[in-house]
Design a protein around this ligand. Structure first.
Ligand code: UDP
Ligand code: MG
Length: 322
């Protein structure tokens, strides 16, 4: 029996990439032609103010397998990907940047890894990166190192635009904020374990310039901290906040004992004493007690939010019988 043809959904988020689009389309097409895939291309125009949308309209008029969505304003790459994931109908989902830096020639091998080798997701690895060294390469090395440590996922290049997924993976993750840098993290959190990478050729940007400023790394680090937290404590926030609260309470309690102990001792023996508020221990006790209560409150709030989610039954079921 002939194997069913795989359908690819190729998702391309774009912001002001009008010059690149025709060439990008041709290059993807020339790769797809030589392989037995069905496909759809999903372009998401993330609020461009050049003539990207016009170019997309022209392309779509020629090729009915092109779908295009236009955001009314610039929501960000994550939101564009999120929409693409929702609309994708293929068995295997490919994402790539629109700026011709990713090479479509890498797609078939990555698709093969997903379709035949059972990978949930394969990310590209820009081994020889064609971007400015100090502006991007070095910070991104440090960033990727931190992301590996925190997530335990052995990828060299978390934020590489070219990624290939099995379809149910993208249907079970929610890319929000600027989380596109951490999709492998989200994939792991959703319970998919087989995450791989493939070294790819990378090209310098041909037209236009990068859409992300140098604040990308600060944002990246902050997102990394949130993810670390979510990965470790999102199931039981009280374990983290409760234990910090208890430590603070113990510090506060001991400080109070010391203050009153010393005061009582001195009063009893008729030794002249300072006011309690003149002693550093008083402030330590005060701060510790207040912080302790704050931590407990944070823990309770976290637990309440979780409980709400459990009530909504927000779980990803991967298979079902009857
Ligand atoms: N992009 C987008 N919305 C944004 C910023 C970027 O859709 O708000 C697209 C952009 O057009 C490109 C991809 O995301 O197709 C990657 O962006 P860029 O090449 O600027 O990132 P870099 O390669 O510098 O990391
Ligand atoms: Mg780029």
């Amino acid at each position: 029996m002939e194997k069913r043809r795989i359908k690819l959904s190729i998702i391309i988020p774009l912001l002001n990439e009008a010059e690149s689009l025709p060439e990008l389309y041709e290059r993807i097409l020339s790769v797809l032609k030589t392989h037995p895939y069905d496909y759809e291309m999903i372009f998401v125009d993330d609020g461009s103010n050049d003539h990207s949308w016009k170019v997309l309209k022209q392309l779509a008029a020629k090729d009915p397998r092109i779908k295009a969505y236009r955001f009314r304003k610039n929501y960000g790459k994550s939101q564009a990907l999120h929409l693409g994931f929702k609309e994708a109908s293929g068995d295997v989902v490919v994402t790539m940047d629109a700026d011709l830096q990713d090479d479509p020639a890498e797609i078939p091998e990555m698709v093969r890894m997903v379709a035949d080798e059972g990978y949930d997701m394969v990310s590209c690895w820009k081994k020889k990166r064609k971007d400015p060294v100090l502006k991007k390469n070095l910070p991104s090395k440090i960033f990727n190192w931190a992301a590996r440590k925190v997530s335990g996922i052995p990828l060299h290049d978390f934020n590489c635009g070219l990624k290939v997924y099995r379809s149910d993976v993208v249907k079970n993750i929610s890319v929000y904020g600027e989380m596109h840098r951490f999709i492998p993290f989200l994939v792991k959190q959703a319970g998919f374990k087989k995450i791989g990478e493939k070294p790819v050729r990378h090209h310098p940007r041909k037209y236009g310039k990068t859409k992300f400023g140098s604040d990308r790394f600060i944002k990246g680090v902050l997102d990394l901290i949130s993810l670390w937290f979510l990965l470790r404590f999102s199931k039981r926030p009280m374990y983290l906040f409760g234990s910090m609260g208890i430590i603070m309470f113990i510090i506060g309690f001991i400080s109070v004992l010391i203050i009153f102990g010393v005061k009582a001792y001195k009063l009893y023996h008729g030794i002249p004493t300072h006011l309690v508020t003149d002693r550093p221990w008083f402030y330590i006790a005060l701060t510790a007690v207040i912080l302790g209560i704050q931590f407990f409150l944070a823990g309770f709030l976290g637990e309440m939010i979780l409980q709400q989610r459990h009530r909504d039954g927000d779980y990803a079921v991967s298979e079902k019988i009857n």
